[in-house]
Design a protein around this ligand. Structure first.
Ligand code: FES
Length: 137
């Protein structure tokens, strides 16, 4: 019988490399799946240069199932060093593919990670817009 979770899911669940909090983050994505109760928070630090904004640091805190933790760790790994636009293009299927495979009942865990990173980027952009407005007034 094939194991329920892929080796990659188990590896990222047991040994996540991006777990933790970033102090004074540039953006926070805070999400929850109301049906299962899993909670995910992603923090980002953004570096600006040569007209591009790049995610230079990213961490997560997740309270949830093994695929939720593995998806959180994987999305952090996937967006590190990417521009905001590149990070926004990453979808839940990309996260699931990188994890080898997710059981159909657990695909929403990857969706939660997609929502969390997009929320963190949106939070960063909103803060930046507010700061730009303040500078103008
Ligand atoms: Fe809901 Fe994993 S069971 S995010």
């Amino acid at each position: 019988m094939r194991p329920y979770y892929s080796k990659k899911v188990i590896k990222h669940f047991l040994h996540p490399k991006n777990f933790g909090e970033i102090r004074n983050p540039d953006g926070i994505g805070d999400t929850e799946n109301l049906r299962c109760g899993d909670v995910m928070k992603i923090y980002i630090k953004v570096k600006k240069g040569k007209g591009k904004e790049i995610i230079k640091e990213v961490k997560f805190e997740t309270m949830g199932c093994a695929p939720a933790i593995a998806s959180s760790d994987m999305i952090c790994q996937m967006v590190k060093g990417k521009t905001l636009d590149e990070a926004l293009k990453i979808g839940y299927k990309d996260i699931a593919d990188k994890l080898g495979r997710l059981p159909p009942l657990k695909i929403h865990c990857a969706k939660l990670a997609q929502t969390a990173i997009r929320a963190a980027i949106e939070n960063y952009k909103n803060k930046k817009d507010k700061n730009d407005q303040k500078r103008k007034t």
